[in-house]
Design a protein around this ligand. Structure first.
Ligand SMILES: [Zn+2]
Length: 154
């Protein structure tokens, strides 16, 4: 308690978040949990092929921190694949690059990462109602826009 979480900036939320080895009964299945920022590290480095320093900058962390997140992500994925464990992607200390909010009166607005981690909105900037919620997903073009759901990754 009391320790400030250190937020990592994430541009992408994976659509499929649970992987299970074929033919293993659920009762015998062990699970590995990959955080959203670990998935993002893998995406930036291994899918986008960016340099570590660029990945670190994108996630708003130092290079050593990025290297640590990436290593942990790779170890977990290897553990799941080679030891036949299920892999669940969820949670972590991440915040979206841009988060979209909607108030109870239907106003929508966007809050960038830098603002989110300093002072997340408490009131609608248009009508000042405290009845606001983050939309999920946050402008990722999945055609799911408007489905309101809390999406802070903790
Ligand atoms: Zn409003």
């Amino acid at each position: 308690m009391g320790r400030q979480p250190r937020w990592r900036r994430v541009d992408f939320l994976p659509q499929v978040t649970y992987f299970k080895p074929a033919g293993v009964p659920l009762a015998h299945l062990k699970e590995v949990r990959l955080s959203i920022e670990e998935a993002e590290a893998i995406r930036l480095k291994d899918i986008e092929g960016l340099e570590q320093k660029d990945c670190a900058q994108k996630m708003s962390v130092s290079r050593p921190t990025f290297a640590r997140i990436l290593l942990s992500a790779r170890q977990k994925m290897a553990d799941a694949l080679l030891n036949g464990k299920a892999l669940r992607i969820e949670g972590g200390n991440y915040e979206m690059a841009v988060r979209r909010f909607r108030c109870g009166n239907g106003h929508e607005w966007e809050v960038p990462f830098e603002v989110m981690i300093k002072e997340p909105p408490e009131l609608c900037p248009t009508c000042s109602t405290p009845d606001i919620m983050a939309l999920w997903p946050c402008r990722l073009g999945w055609g799911m826009g408007g489905r309101g759901r809390r999406c802070r990754g903790r």
